[in-house]
Design a protein around this ligand. Structure first.
Ligand code: FAD
Ligand code: FES
Length: 342
């Protein structure tokens, strides 16, 4: 049996600006104390459950916070029943994700830089490059499946954002990048990079991450927007899930259809995951042509009682949003990432 006192819960603190920082909370320890030890100044005043300054939202995970530890002025019954917490009283009993209503800057969070070595680099197709960075202290880099990092272009101060395609907790971080002609990072990866090169990034960032599966999910990916979904699917395969997951993966040209083997493996291994691909190029011989929205079955939308995750180039993200609006569908959950040049 695990020694309860020695149990450490990993708490993802998500700030208003999308920065995520992980703190480690011992069983029985209050969240604000654990954050303080790790030099994160989340908003706090009385530390006594009286003022409400430390109110936050616990999006996932379990915790103890008896009503006797705070007063109604600090947190109403309605707020408590909607998973709002007081970080000065809340004691996590599992890994949690807590949304802090302040920016990372205001909480003096130092966004960390991680440096890894290029362990794998391959042109997966004529338009797409895959690469993996390995770290010496891999356990120190945490993220939520779906998030991105800002990768520094070697010998320059410029950065580019890339979503992780690998699962959190692995010793490596993998990415899938569209090879844009004359793009600075694209050209570096295509022509200059070699195995063993050092690359650094900051992060993790972003609100596009996998939430608990409580209803059917619809994943909509465009081009290299497939990357964060591969990370999410790797996490989902470790969970007990009975809800359906449907995915449509659309690309411009046949050569952009990458990582199909991975998606096939997930279809075989996950209890209710099905995916489709489609290609917009008119010359393509693919069985499904046109935009992703032409290949989404009505039943995948479940009358709106569905969590939709959408990721890809800006115009595609916008056209899916407009399509949903026109159909009058207001999904129960809607999360998106726009890959427009940052
Ligand atoms: C949150 C976020 C996550 C992202 N994740 C990924 C990812 O996982 N994989 C991925 O491939 N990209 C991703 N991107 C896009 C990525 O950050 C870069 O914009 C892209 O890789 C181009 O960088 P570059 O240095 O090669 O080109 P640049 O030197 O920045 O641009 C060169 C030229 O190409 C144009 N351009 C830039 N991006 C595109 C594009 N997508 N399509 C067409 N033309 C373009 C520019 O306007 C410019 O004219 C993400 C963007 C954001 C904001
Ligand atoms: S700091 Fe006052 S209620 Fe938590």
């Amino acid at each position: 049996m695990k020694d309860k006192e020695n149990m450490i819960h990993k708490i993802a603190l998500q700030f208003e600006d999308g920065v995520t920082e992980f703190v480690h909370c011992k069983d029985g320890e209050k969240l604000s104390d654990a954050a303080y030890v790790e030099k994160i100044s989340i908003p706090i005043d009385c530390r006594d459950g009286a003022c409400g300054t430390c109110r936050a939202l616990c999006e996932t995970g379990t915790y103890d916070m008896p009503k006797s530890t705070y007063i109604e002025d600090a947190l109403t019954d309605e707020e408590a029943s909607n998973n709002y917490i007081l970080t000065c009283q809340m004691k996590p009993t599992s890994d949690c994700l807590v949304k802090i209503p302040a920016t990372s800057d205001a909480c003096k969070v130092e966004v960390k830089t991680y440096t890894g070595k290029l362990k794998y680099l391959e042109k997966i197709s004529s338009t797409t490059i895959g690469f993996t960075l390995s770290f010496e202290n891999a356990d120190k880099f945490n993220f939520l499946a779906g998030q991105y990092v800002n990768l520094k272009l070697p010998n320059s101060e410029e950065t580019r954002s890339y979503s992780l395609s690998s699962a959190p907790g692995a010793s490596d971080a993998s990415f899938i990048v569209r090879n844009i002609p004359n793009g600075k990072m694209s050209s570096y990866l295509d022509q200059t990079a070699k195995i063993g090169d050092e690359m650094s990034f900051t992060g993790p960032y972003g609100n596009f991450y996998l939430r608990p599966i409580t209803k059917p999910k619809l994943f909509i990916a465009g081009g290299t927007g497939i990357a964060p979904f591969l990370s999410m699917l790797d996490v989902i395969k470790t969970q007990d899930n009975n809800e359906s997951i449907r995915m449509i993966f659309g690309v411009s040209n046949d050569v952009d259809l990458v990582e199909i083997d991975e998606l096939d493996k997930h279809s075989e291994n996950l209890s209710d995951f099905k995916y489709r691909t489609c290609v917009t190029d008119e010359k393509s011989t693919h069985e499904r042509k046109g935009y992703v929205t032409s290949h989404i079955d009505e039943e995948w939308l479940n009358g709106g009682d569905v969590d939709i995750y959408l990721c890809g180039p800006g115009p595609m993200v916008e056209s899916v949003r407009t399509w949903l609006d026109k159909k009058g569908i207001k999904p129960a959950g809607f999360h998106y990432e726009n890959f427009s040049a940052s």
